[in-house]
Design a protein around this ligand. Structure first.
Ligand code: ADP
Ligand code: MG
Length: 254
């Protein structure tokens, strides 16, 4: 069996909203270089868990490490700098901005250097050239290069998902968390998104994604974690999960 090499390890992560415990995860790990699916019924806490782990929401308690270093308490941009990025269930593309500018928003240190003073101008100008070059390579890869000067608002739902995935790669992260990347995407683009996800894994990146389509999940996941009412109720290889009666009751049969 494969040796354990977790890139992300979380313990005792809890988040309540009023009287509702949205997330109460005792322990969860994501193995480096895998595609791991996080599944569970609506309201199970999947998006909340993403928000917590990536610094977009604050836990009530819990700690987690990324690449062996504690990152609980860090904010989203610090988590991204550490190499862990995420996309959102509802895409965050800024519709009145061009596709290329949306990409550049995902780049490291976009505005900070400018504030540092004119003497740093050569530094940020070089950074900006590098960012633009990187954005164009990614737009090419995600087949959005012809749209670079179009407003993001003119893209289809599926193209926005591609843009969001492309943008998340601007910082060259080692782990990418995708919250329902296939939702509302037409079948042709679903195949394209699946190809991108497996390509990222094959390049050595780690992917954690939330998805509902069981064929998609079983087809590309190396490992599946099942969340119900905020708790991990099962995990395993796709074949194990498919055979697990508790999972079928809680999720597949629902
Ligand atoms: P999932 O992504 O698995 O569908 P969510 O993480 O979005 O589930 O939601 C988990 C639970 O937490 C749901 O009952 C949801 O209504 C609740 N919840 C999520 N975010 C908030 C919030 N900001 N305020 C109040 N309740 C929330
Ligand atoms: Mg969700």
């Amino acid at each position: 069996s494969a040796k354990s090499d977790p890139i992300l390890v979380a313990d005792g992560v809890r988040r309540s909203f009023g009287g509702l415990t949205a997330v109460d995860v005792e322990h969860v790990e994501v193995q480096r270089g895998t595609i791991t699916a996080l599944i569970g019924p609506n309201g199970a806490g999947k998006s909340t868990l993403f928000n917590l782990l990536t610094g977009f929401d604050r836990v009530d308690r819990g700690r987690w490490t990324f690449e062996g270093r504690a990152i609980n308490g860090k904010r989203g941009h610090q988590v991204a700098r550490a190499g862990m990025v995420r996309t959102f269930q509802l895409t965050k593309a800024l519709t009145r901005m061009t596709v290329l500018d949306n990409m550049l928003l995902g780049a490291p240190g976009q505005f900070g250097e400018r504030m540092a003073g004119a003497f740093l101008r050569p530094v940020w100008q070089r950074q900006e050239r590098e960012n633009t070059a990187r954005a164009l390579v990614l737009l090419e890869r995600f087949k959005l290069i012809d749209k670079r000067d179009d407003m993001a608002g003119s893209l289809s739902g599926g193209q926005r998902k591609l843009l969001e995935m492309a943008r998340s790669l601007m910082t060259d992260p080692s782990m990418i968390m995708l919250d329902e990347p296939m939702a509302g995407v037409n079948p042709a683009l679903v195949q394209s998104l699946l190809g991108h996800i497996t390509a990222l894994r094959d390049e050595g990146k780690t992917v954690l994604f939330v998805e509902h389509d069981m064929d998609v999940i079983m087809g590309i996941s190396d490992w599946i974690v099942v969340l119900a009412q905020g708790r991990v109720i099962a995990e395993g290889r796709p074949s194990d999960i498919r055979a697990d009666q508790q999972v079928i009751d809680a999720y597949l049969g629902a």
